[in-house]
Write a protein that binds this ligand. Structure first.
Ligand code: UN1
Length: 504
């Protein structure tokens, strides 16, 4: 075990060195399941630290860009192997840091491993294309090129997978990066940096600056030497970043909110749909962009569905994610739990039926953390705020629907469009749903979560700004196309003119 578990003072990683913040200020990071458990003390950085990190990334860029992609890939393969070796330790650290249960933090590390191997494989592809020229004795091709220094602003809910999606795509393409992890989960990104350090990534290629959005994020995303900004987080912050990046025309990739719907039709396997809903709504304590936060259930089966769902949800064991018996961990922070509690009040006032949960859990051991009971609202209408706004917690809302068409219309009635799903045995309606859901990801007879790294991840409408991450599509964020023409005719040839010269 060489990846150190974070205890005590941690640093920023700049130019291959572990350093304190220039102000010397620090903050504590505690386990959301147990406030007495100190995960680490982290630097509270600012503009000077950002300057140093961007300068280091800029300095490292020419060397990394010139390193052949298959050589870059070897380092990513090595990182993948180290992640595999340390998976269990890393998962434990991540559960302590953000609260989700061990099975899920193992999945989070596995997603980083999958991404490492996918990105490494790209080192021997990074395909461009060749195509015939319209002129004789002329060769035409298109290649991908890196852009330079990339700023990655990453969330706390997938504290290793999402930093891996972004950084590994950027690195294999030949960019250098500065990453600002969410303040709730710096240890996971520190651990990822240590993995890259051990894997032999040259100094300055991967830099970490820890601190708040205002003190670190703002100077980072507006820095003139930063060419790409990739952000995952709320739509509200994404909009601000979009405005901040516009004056310098930075390449901007935004991955934001979701209000994902499962549509359960009257011919569905209701038990299967209930399992999907439980997993999609309460996995990661509902703190996923892809969470199943709306359950649109045909009125013929909604009674049976709600009864079965309620029975399943009442049996969910909530507890410290390190405890093997626990099935759902806490909210990531007190603030997040307050948001959840506020939405539960809103739902009650709006007249939705609170079927189960709806309260903070404070008995015994649970009093040590930010636990909230898994919560179901039923008999909700599509207009209610709990049916439209992202809550990012263990709350799901059942909305009865009259028909397939009604379900699709309601599914599409929100501002977001990340993920969706349909449960049906009818192949025709399954295909119509695949076509008509306004989302970037869609599932048939499975939940709204479960994205795999080799497919594009992202959403439409206010969820994204047209880009995708992961998959090969993720390379588009971190590369620029260059079209190259090679004339070997030995004479001046004029495109569009020589080819269509008139006879006279
Ligand atoms: C997120 O919700 O922010 O499909 C990412 C999933 C995971 C990734 C989720 N593989 O739920």
């Amino acid at each position: 075990m060489t990846t150190e578990v974070a205890v005590g003072l941690q640093g920023n990683f700049i130019g291959g060195e572990w350093v304190t913040s220039s102000s010397g200020k620090t903050f504590e990071n505690r386990n959301p399941a147990d406030r007495d458990d100190l995960v680490g003390i982290f630097p509270e950085s600012g503009r000077d630290d950002v300057e140093a990190a961007v300068a280091a990334a800029r300095k490292a860029y020419p060397g990394w860009r010139a390193t052949p992609a298959p050589r870059r890939a070897e380092i990513l393969y090595a990182a993948g192997e180290i992640l595999k070796r340390d998976k269990e330790e890393l998962a434990r650290l991540m559960t302590r840091e953000m609260g989700k249960v061990l099975a899920e933090t193992r999945g989070d590390v596995q997603e980083a491993i999958d991404m490492a191997f996918l990105a490494a494989g790209e080192g021997r592809r990074l395909f461009g294309f060749t195509t015939p020229s319209e002129l004789p004795n002329k060769f035409a091709m298109c290649i991908r090129q890196p852009l330079g220094v990339c700023a990655l602003v990453t969330p706390w809910n997938f504290p290793m997978a999402i930093p891996a999606w972004k950084s590994m795509a950027a690195l294999i393409a030949g960019n250098t990066i500065v990453i600002k992890p969410a303040s709730d989960t710096p240890a996971s990104v520190v651990a990822l940096a240590r993995v890259f350090e051990e894997a032999g990534l040259p100094a300055g290629v991967f830099n970490v600056v820890i601190g708040s959005g205002g003190e670190v994020g703002d100077p980072l995303i507006t820095h003139p030497d930063v060419r790409v900004v990739s952000f995952t987080g709320s739509t509200e912050v994404g909009r601000r970043i979009s405005v901040a990046c516009a004056p310098t025309f930075k390449r901007l990739h935004l991955e934001m909110g979701g209000k994902n719907a499962i549509l359960v039709l009257e011919d569905a396997d209701v038990d299967l749909a209930v399992e999907g809903a439980v997993w999609g709504a309460f996995g990661t304590t509902g703190q996923r962009c892809t969470a199943s936060s709306r359950l649109l259930v045909h009125e013929e089966v909604v009674g049976e569905f709600v009864d079965k769902l309620t029975a399943r949800v009442r049996s969910i064991r909530v507890g410290n994610g390190l405890d093997h018996a626990a099935q759902m961990g806490p909210c990531v922070s007190e603030r997040q739990r307050e948001t959840v509690a506020r939405y539960v009040e809103i739902g009650k006032q709006e007249g939705a039926q609170l079927v189960c949960g709806g309260e903070k859990l404070t008995d015994g051991e649970l009093s040590r953390g930010w636990f909230f009971a898994p919560t179901i609202f039923s008999e909700a209408t599509p207009e209610m705020r709990i049916s439209r706004e992202e809550i990012f917690g263990p709350v799901t809302t059942v909305i009865p629907v009259e028909s397939f068409e009604d379900g699709v219309r309601i599914a599409n009635s929100v501002e977001y469009g990340l993920s969706g799903s349909v449960y049906t045995r009818d192949v025709e309606r399954a295909f119509r749903a695949m076509r008509d859901f306004e989302t970037g990801i869609f599932y048939v007879n499975s939940s709204t979560i479960g994205a795999e790294v080799h497919l594009p991840f992202g959403g439409v409408k206010n969820t994204g700004n047209g880009h995708r991450e992961a998959g090969i599509a993720g390379l588009d964020v971190f590369t620029e196309w260059k079209s190259i023409y090679v004339d070997f005719s030995g004479r001046l040839q004029k495109a569009q003119i020589d080819t269509h010269e008139s006879a006279d």
